[in-house]
Design a protein around this ligand. Structure first.
Ligand code: NAD
Length: 469
């Protein structure tokens, strides 16, 4: 029989998945005196971590802290998850779960990690999942796989818990200090163990919020992220209403949010990223096996919000068409393919939806993003990458990701770039309207009320610069 390992404060911690989140977590635990073994299936990740070099860029404090904990012998790394788990008293899993093109949850990576954990699991070990999951996954799917692989019973032979990782890339160590840590076990013993573990690896001032169960803890992350998607969808509907009425939604939102119970988000050309457009589908997945009846008519709002937010790309294109007439054969430039400004990530970016909508309207789509090479942009499916020789073909620009580099767009227009660009659609409310309008270019933003006053503006505007060709 394998020896039982108590999940005491001295037992090694295995962190499974050394990505953007897992690597900083491994470092955090090591900095709190734990012996940490990081596990990943990517040998290049293991090689660099063992050398004390971070493969994750743009994470403040990480490079220096990683070098420190590797040099002090507190952090080691391996491709062999089962072997690491055999030595560990605590296992923290932070391997991604994604959705496929049909919005179905894809567990393949985390299932594989869970099989490997099960193969090395010993009695007394505490297994914690931190990856965002549909409700019921830890206590159901993962308890089953772990028990099947190890021959041990969850709760009886080993502890099992869930704790959502709520930090954001780019400020992980700060967030670990200030965000309350939500935890929930599959039983009382697991809950006590997970609470004790985080108490030992987080700062004394970090609050630990204990939920009634792993399911409850899973729900927390899904509702906080889905809230943001639904909130943005509401802001987008407000914006379209304001456009139709000729009102300025952004000013209205700022004013509304001065009331302490109003927290309306910002409208825009779409919602991207790993989390906000994805986790509503996790929430829906957790409801799929529940009977729909009068008491529970399924989750209609998150589904609708997804549709509204994904329709904003088409709406933006229609607004440009309102200004220019038919887009057939016209060259339109998307600035920024990243899902938001100043990050080099494209997960579920609205740039893809914008490209599809523009192509459907017959336009020729150009893209630009200083954070990606032309090769990378081609690999993402963009046919025309902007080169200086093509700038004069562009008749409209959509700001999709408000990268720092684009803040100077107005002065670049003033210096003659994009000489034939008539319309700038500011999809992120990030450009200086007045400076752009002073150059005789049409500036539009989602929810700026322009369609409702289109004719008046068009009359005024056509005096200096006709908008239709
Ligand atoms: N990225 C964020 O901003 C963020 C924020 C909060 C929470 N999260 C959560 O963290 C999870 C991980 O996100 P990330 O950004 O660190 O992902 P990532 O893609 O940067 O890293 C994932 C790592 O897991 C490794 N991996 C894949 N399959 C594996 C397996 N079977 N065994 C061991 N390692 C395996 C990959 O090689 C990769 O290094 C997300 O799915 C999400 O639930 C992410």
């Amino acid at each position: 029989m394998p020896q039982s390992i108590p999940s005491s404060s001295l037992a090694p911690v295995a962190v499974i998945g050394l990505g953007k989140i897992g690597l900083p977590l491994a470092v955090q635990y090591a900095l709190h005196g734990r012996q940490v073994i990081g596990c990943d299936i990517n040998p290049r990740v293991i090689e660099s971590v063992k050398a004390g070099i971070s493969h994750v860029q743009g994470e403040p404090e990480l490079s220096q802290k990683l070098a420190e904990v590797v040099a002090s012998g507190h952090l080691d790394a391996t491709c062999s998850t089962s072997e690491a788990v055999k030595q560990a008293g605590v296992v923290v899993v932070i391997v991604p779960v994604v959705v496929n093109e049909d919005h179905e949850v894809d567990f393949s990576s985390i299932d594989a990690a869970t099989v490997a954990i099960g193969n090395g699991l010993r009695p007394g070990t505490l297994v914690i999942y931190e990856t965002t999951l549909p409700v019921g996954t830890t206590a159901g799917r993962f308890a089953h796989i772990l028990s099947q692989q190890s021959g041990y019973q969850a709760g009886q032979d080993f502890q099992l818990a869930y704790s959502p990782e709520r930090v954001s890339s780019g400020c992980i160590f700060r967030d670990l200090r200030i965000y309350p840590k939500v935890v929930g076990g599959i039983d009382e013993q697991s809950t006590a163990a997970v609470k004790a573990f985080y108490r030992s690896v987080l700062d004394d001032s970090t609050e630990i919020l204990v939920m009634d169960s792993a399911d409850d803890a899973e729900l927390v992350k899904l509702i906080e992220t889905t809230y943001r998607d639904v909130n943005i969808a509401l802001a987008n509907e407000y914006a379209r209403f304001a456009d139709a009425r000729g009102l300025n939604i952004n000013a209205a939102i700022v004013a509304a949010n001065t009331q302490p119970y109003s927290h309306i988000h910002t409208p825009g050309v779409g919602v991207g990223g790993h989390c906000i457009p994805v986790y509503p589908y996790f929430l829906l997945a957790g409801a799929a096996d529940l009977p729909s009846n009068a008491a529970f008519p399924q989750l209609t709002l998150p589904r609708l919000a997804r549709r509204i937010n994904d329709s904003m790309a088409e709406y933006a294109v229609q607004r440009i068409e309102n200004e220019l007439g038919s887009l057939a054969g016209r060259s339109i430039l998307i600035l920024g393919v990243a899902y938001r400004g100043n990050i080099q990530e494209v997960a579920f970016t609205s740039a893809q939806l914008l490209q599809s909508a523009l192509v459907a309207h017959g336009a020729e789509v150009y893209v630009d993003d200083p954070l990606f090479s032309a090769e990378e942009l081609h690999a993402q499916g963009y046919a025309h990458i902007l080169i200086p020789e093509d700038e004069n073909k562009v008749c409209a620009i959509i700001l999709q990701a408000a990268h720092q580099e684009y803040t100077t767009l107005a002065s670049e227009l003033a210096h003659g770039r994009f000489a034939h660009c008539q319309v700038i659609l500011d999809g992120r409310n990030a450009l200086p309207r007045e400076a752009i309008e002073a150059l005789g270019r049409r500036y539009i933003a989602i929810g700026d009320g322009q369609p409702g006053t289109t004719e008046r503006l068009r009359r005024e505007y056509e005096i200096t610069s006709p908008l239709t060709s």
